[in-house]
Design a protein around this ligand. Sequence first.
Ligand SMILES: CNc1ncnc2c1ncn2[C@@H]1O[C@H](/C=C/CNC(=O)c2cc(-c3ccc(F)cc3)cc(O)c2O)[C@@H](O)[C@H]1O
Ligand SMILES: [Mg+2]
Length: 214
Amino acid sequence: YGSTRPERILAEVKRKATRGDARSVVDTIDQYCRHQEWAMNVGDEKGTILDSIVCEVKPRAMLELGTYCGYSAVRIASLLPPNSRLITMEFNPVFAAIARQVIAWAGVEDKVVLIEGPSGDWIPKMKKEFGLTSFDLVFLDHWKDCYLPDTKLMEECGLLRTGSILVADNVICPGAPDYLEYVRGSPRYESKYFRSHLEYTTVEDGIEKSVFLG
Ligand SMILES: CNc1ncnc2c1ncn2[C@@H]1O[C@H](/C=C/CNC(=O)c2cc(-c3ccc(F)cc3)cc(O)c2O)[C@@H](O)[C@H]1O
Ligand SMILES: [Mg+2]
């Protein structure tokens, strides 16, 4: 039931996941999207790679581009150390409204700031609006042709410092060829590919982890 896929995912979370238990929200969405209807969450396999990077970096300030239903926001927030913040951007109001409820159900709303609007407008305002100097970790999972322009914009706005890490989903499927060429070819990045599969399928996909060298 529910008219859109995200609404059906939210309904499943409310029906099956334990309120306040982020892991059960993540597992519920994975079960639903693997067995009922596919959705473009980073998923369990690539999610484990993302988890390991979040645990390694222990970011105080993290940015996610493309919230969708809030699956990765919940996954990330559940691993953040105390007084760390995930800022996640979503410009579709329907998806943002769903994501807010998924994030609240998981009990991680005190670690997540959901900004409703386009990344292109908000990236230049981040420092002033949030008293930020830079992001320790950025997860790119929005429109694939926006990965590169938004990365350049973050560089220009001084939101990346030596050691800031970019983690990009879907660099193979659907693919982000211009972004890959940039981070792999630029002397300002140290890039590494983590081979995996498209969420809930056996199709090859992967995550690119790129360290900004300043
Ligand atoms: C451009 N600036 C932006 N600022 C804020 N939010 C933005 C945004 N761009 C897009 N968004 C939002 O991010 C989300 C978009 C994500 C785009 N992701 C994909 O297209 C995607 C697509 C696939 C996919 C793979 C294979 C296939 F056959 C079909 C789909 C798999 C994935 O893991 C994906 O992430 C939406 O919620 C959208 O509203
Ligand atoms: Mg994705």
